[in-house]
Ligand binder design. Structure first.
Ligand code: NAD
Length: 520
């Protein structure tokens, strides 16, 4: 670990830059809740298991007060003209630019991403802030030709009110910003419940953005309610005061959330697990394919919703492509993300390490052969960390139970195919439908993959991997991934309620469809 910046030096610097302490409040309702006598959630670093901070969490009364304040902020904020709201989001984006390094490194300490990925997470917040600024002048409604004389028919978009956002640990601030900046530029106010594992990043981000609002003399718009394991999320799911709830997390939790929100006939945006595959055909550029598959399967220690979990490889490539992939898996640097030679950091916690081991065990039982990996790693100086060896497994039937599951760990199943129809059948046979890729320079193969008989996912990529989406496109997936869309394109419409307006400016009352109704 020569030349690796020390964990403690980084931690001290980051805590100082962001004004963090080891005892913090996890509830922001316009002010930070006092931690006195409150239950606390401990945050540990997955890098070495070290305790980072204790976070005080609020109870039901605190949550109710927070909701009241959020609605009161909405009354003021929703009347600010949208382009003026955009100016505020621009100032927030500018402030975040000052914190790219410190917030990025906090992401590293708290969830184990490499610093370049940690900073990328903050950059994504800045990018979506820029997008939201543009959007603030483009919240267009459609005008429709009316069938009635002297009538005008058009659509307009209003904010929902207070929007709930529940996020997963693996994108500790970027996913919140996709929701928060788009929702707020439309006029909504946001209540955020982050994953307990990444509560520090949420607290630091909330601090940075609300400071800007304070400076603009605005009420708080970005509320925060950390919990220890689901109670706040359950409350939010059942709460009619949150007309829209955006949930990012696993399929299992998402099902529960969807049922609760559905029961009260609320709206939800569901961004759930993926089980993403890359197809590599004989016509691929093998250098691009190798790097694309390796990045997709290994980046963020395979803890991305878009991680490549299945490689669908043409049978003719098993003797050439596969050995190179095995070599990449054998030599890739695994360890502290603060080490510049490391590309694969730790898993988030011990439970994730257990799931990794259990999945490999199940795969072996089902006839899978481990080509490389299958080891828990005890690394010198990082004894409390959660490290595992990236693993490649071949020989499993594509529809076996373990392949159909998303294991949030670096395990890549290699599945062979003969013709393209078979590749598509394998590709689409899992319950999830988030991200997909084909590596091929053959126009027919590529267009077939993008056609209705090809990928059934929300994201389809050609000659680039399944991971690493840009904010400009709408992000989300089909089937068990939940069907939600966030981020760019016209995903903003989910954060607004559509109102169809009919105006009669004539002196008669013609009815639609030629109906007559003469009361005298
Ligand atoms: P998770 O489902 O365990 O938790 C997600 C969030 O839900 C956390 O904030 C958690 O505290 C909260 N939660 C837990 N129980 C709850 C309940 N009963 N009601 C409401 N909320 C509850 O997921 P995770 O382990 O934090 O994250 C990994 C998962 O998230 C993976 O499946 C990954 O694919 C998925 N994910 C999806 C996307 C996407 O955009 N599709 C993005 C990132 C992560």
């Amino acid at each position: 670990m020569a030349n690796v910046p020390g964990f403690h030096a980084v931690k001290d610097q980051v805590f100082a830059d962001l004004g963090l302490y080891q005892q913090l409040s996890g509830l922001y309702d316009g002010q930070w809740l006092s931690g006195e006598g409150r239950p606390r959630v401990a945050v540990h670093s997955p890098i070495n298991g070290e305790w980072l901070a204790d976070i005080a969490v609020g109870d039901e009364n605190d949550y109710d007060r927070l909701l009241e304040r959020a609605w009161s902020s909405f009354e003021e904020w929703s009347l600010v003209p949208a382009p003026k709201r955009g100016e505020v989001i621009r100032a927030i984006g500018d402030r975040l630019r000052e914190y790219v390094d410190s917030l990025g490194l906090l992401v590293t300490l708290e969830v184990g991403k490499t610093p370049v990925e940690g900073k990328g997470e903050v950059q994504e917040m800045i990018d979506i802030a820029d997008f939201a600024v543009g959007l603030s002048r483009q919240l267009y409604g459609m005008t429709i030709a009316s069938e009635r004389r002297h009538h005008r028919l058009y659509e307009q978009w209003h904010p929902h009110g207070v929007v709930g956002v529940i996020t997963a640990f693996n994108f500790p601030c970027a996913v919140w910003s996709w929701n928060a900046f788009i929702a707020s530029v439309i006029g909504n106010v946001v209540v955020w419940k982050p994953a307990p594992e990444s509560a520090l990043t949420a607290i630091a981000t909330t601090n940075v953005v609300n400071d800007v609002l304070d400076e603009h003399g605005l009420p708080p718009l970005f509320f925060l309610a950390v919990d220890g394991g689901g109670e706040m999320g359950r409350r939010m799911s059942a709460d009619r005061r949150l007309p829209l709830l955006s949930f990012t997390g696993s399929v299992g939790t998402g099902r529960e959330v969807a049922a609760r929100v559905g029961k009260r006939l609320g709206r939800s945006i569901l961004e759930l697990g993926g089980n993403n595959a890359a197809i590599v055909t004989p016509d691929a550029d093998m250098e691009i394919a190798l790097r694309g598959v390796a990045f997709g399967a290994l980046a963020t220690a395979a803890q991305r919703c878009t991680t490549t979990r299945r490689l669908i490889l043409h049978e003719s490539l098993f003797d050439s492509f596969l050995p190179r992939l095995v070599e990449a898996y054998t030599t890739v640097g695994v360890g502290s993300p603060l080490d510049p030679d490391v590309l694969v950091g730790p898993l988030i916690n011990k439970r994730a390490v257990e799931s990794y081991a259990a999945a490999i065990g199940q795969a072996e039982k089902a006839g899978g052969r481990v080509l490389v990996g299958n080891a828990r790693l005890e690394l010198a100086g990082l004894e409390g960390g959660n490290y595992v060896a990236p693993t490649l497994i071949e020989g499993l039937p594509p529809d076996s139970a373990i392949v159909a599951e998303e294991t949030f760990a670096p395990i890549l199943y290699v599945l062979g195919y003969g013709d393209l129809d078979e590749a598509f059948a394998i590709h689409n046979c899992v319950p999830q439908g988030l991200s997909s890729a084909i590596f091929s320079n053959n126009l027919r193969e590529v267009e077939a993959f993008l056609s209705v008989v090809g990928s059934d996912c929300g994201l389809a990529s050609v000659n680039t991997g399944t991971a690493g989406a840009e904010i400009g496109g709408a992000f989300g997936g089909e089937k068990d991934t939940g069907g939600g869309r966030e981020s760019g394109s016209d995903a903003w419409k989910a954060y607004a309620r559509r109102q169809t307006v009919t105006v009669n400016y004539g002196v008669e009352l013609p009815l639609a469809q030629g109906v007559t109704f003469d009361v005298n």
